[in-house]
Design a protein around this ligand. Sequence first.
Ligand SMILES: [Mg+2]
Length: 180
Amino acid sequence: MIYWDCDGVLFKYDYSMYDHIYGEPDWNEVGSHAFLRCEPDPFAQEITKRISAQMPDDQAILTAVDGRHGVKARNEQIFDKMTIIAKGYPWLNLCNFMACESEKRNAIGKIKGMRLTKSDILIDDYKKNLSAWRNAGGTAVKYVNGINSIGDWPGPYIDATFMAEEEAIEILMKIWYESC
Ligand SMILES: [Mg+2]
């Protein structure tokens, strides 16, 4: 399974979402519907669309939600993220939408009831998630989006700032076939 992160990967990273007058991100405020303002990333759209055409059931969405401000705020984040995926990524199956409050590697490990394997491929822009995933036995691919950078990431990556979509798809498919 290929697991796609939302913020900074499927959707453009939005600085304004982190700059709230009370010092808390908007999405914790019920009724803010902060995620409905997110813009899909055209590079990720093209890649997921083309992979879907060949492997319709092998892509999932794995996104973190903030449950520290109550169930209502958390559920709004979940529904809004599902809504923007349905709009921006109609080729992805929402049955494969997973929201987690804890670490991503733990969420999937629990669902599967075992350690991650090489064919659990996470595409994420955040090094902490990527390192934890890799250490848990999965394959982690960094998504370079123009706000983050490759930095000292030692693993595979795809770069939305200069790669052609074909090149990124080739990298992902190679990883996929080698892991099976
Ligand atoms: Mg992210």
